[in-house]
Design a protein around this ligand. Structure first.
Ligand code: CTP
Length: 405
């Protein structure tokens, strides 16, 4: 296995004569173990056949923004990429990227991607030296894009000068460097993190249940981020229809009691327990063996208390600061912070992440969140509206600080 095993590379190819060299780039990346998703612009399709890249990468070549929208949309492609390389990059594509334009699959995908981007320009010397190109390249560099080359040499038509795309080996080296500079700290290496996510369902009869609106997105983002930071991660997922993040061990559960069993079975080996799941506080006292019928009248469902798993874990320790470090969540609608401080104390957690679920851009089923992280030590960290994976990393920053050395 090469050193790029497990790395997903978005290979953008744009319309220049050097596009033929993208085949070599694809081959080297595949050799190094990477999964390569080629995206061609319309111009690139005139210089290199999709069949060539498909044969070399074993993956479908994409070029149409209108294709397979539910399957692998530009957003999914952009999110899946660990690194993107545009090889070769025309002056026009560079200008579009600098301006944030999104008029084809490649530029739309890159606008949706947050991974490091390597751009290998190729164009005539005059175009490269044009003030517009220079300004666009400066914009990209200022944004953290890795611009590599161009090299000098023979250009199309026999001219000689700056503008040749860098050699495939140099482009791969730039991809490795971009990945290394973007690699997250492995600050949870050697730690075991248990994360609960989703919402429990408490059966009423064989077809009905009491549930809640939690989708699991926040907990899954935390599990993903913890795994990226080197932790061994167990994800206890309650009714979450989300894909398991790479490197994470998943335990599916349905009810609060099942969730409790799963967590208690894992807690002894855990350094950290993050309780992002929305656990039902009550369950029907009895579950009807067969489906309740209208003809039998309006049923009265008697409820009974579920154990509070977080409070139980908190009570099992002699106080905050002991292992495992406990992170609770609170979804609140009224006076979230004051209730958060109370809950932190009452449940004996080390950290409590408070979510104001009355906001439309935070809480259930959204991709963003706005939270305040309260600490048993009196600390208060506010994470302004951000993507859930960004929020996940900020929560883990607090966890790492709490774990100490
Ligand atoms: N929690 C739990 N077990 C339960 C209920 C909640 O472990 N039976 C955990 C959740 O996973 C979350 C935290 O406790 O981390 C807060 O959940 P929340 O429902 O907001 O707290 P409640 O105990 O229900 O508090 P209240 O009813 O006062 O809002």
């Amino acid at each position: 296995m090469g050193d790029l095993a497990g790395v997903r590379v978005l290979l953008g190819v744009t319309g220049g004569i050097a596009a033929y060299k993208a085949a070599l780039v694809a081959r080297l990346l595949v050799h190094a173990g990477a999964t390569v998703d080629p995206v061609l612009t319309r111009g690139a399709e005139r210089f290199i056949g999709a069949a060539t890249l498909e044969g070399l990468t074993g993956r479908r070549v994409r070029s149409d923004v209108w294709e397979d929208i539910p399957g692998e949309s530009h957003v999914a492609l952009g999110r899946a990429a660990d690194v993107a390389l545009i090889y070769p990059a025309t002056a026009h594509t560079i200008a579009k990227l600098a301006g944030g334009l999104a008029d084809d699959l490649l530029t739309t995908t890159l606008l949706a991607a947050t991974c490091p981007l390597v751009v290998a320009p190729a164009m005539h010397t005059e175009m490269w030296q044009h003030a517009a190109t220079a300004a666009n390249v400066a914009t990209l560099t200022g944004r953290g894009v890795h611009v590599i080359g161009p090299a000098s040499g023979i250009l199309m038509g026999g001219d000689v000068g700056a503008g040749r795309v860098v050699e495939p080996e140099d482009a791969i080296a730039a991809v490795r460097a971009a990945l290394a500079s973007a690699a997250p700290d492995r600050d949870l290496q050697g730690r075991t993190v248990v994360v609960t996510a989703g919402g429990t369902r408490e059966p009423i009869d064989p077809v009905r249940y009491l549930g809640n609106r939690s989708t699991g997105k926040m907990g899954f983002a935390i599990a993903d981020a913890a795994a990226r930071r080197g932790a061994s991660v167990h994800l206890v997922a309650a009714n979450a229809g989300l894909p398991t993040p790479d490197g994470v061990t998943r335990h599916d559960v349905t009810t609060a009691l099942e969730l409790r069993d799963a967590v208690l079975g894992l807690v002894d080996r855990a350094d950290v327990v993050v309780k992002a799941a929305a656990v039902a506080d009550f369950r029907p006292a009895t579950v009807a063996a067969s489906k309740l019928k209208k003809a039998d009248g309006v049923p009265v469902v008697e409820l009974t208390r579920n154990p509070d798993v977080l409070a139980e874990l908190g009570a099992a320790r002699s106080g905050p600061g002991e292992r495992p470090l406990l992170v609770g969540f609170a979804a609140e609608t009224d006076d979230p912070e004051q209730r958060g401080w109370d809950k932190l104390k009452r449940k004996g957690a080390d950290l409590l992440v408070v979510n104001d679920v009355s906001r439309s851009d935070a809480g259930f089923a959204t991709d963003t969140n706005h939270v305040v992280i309260l600490g048993a030590d009196g600390s208060r960290v506010e994470v302004a509206l951000a993507a859930k994976r960004e929020v996940a990393d900020r929560i883990l920053d607090r966890v790492v600080a709490g774990l100490g050395d």
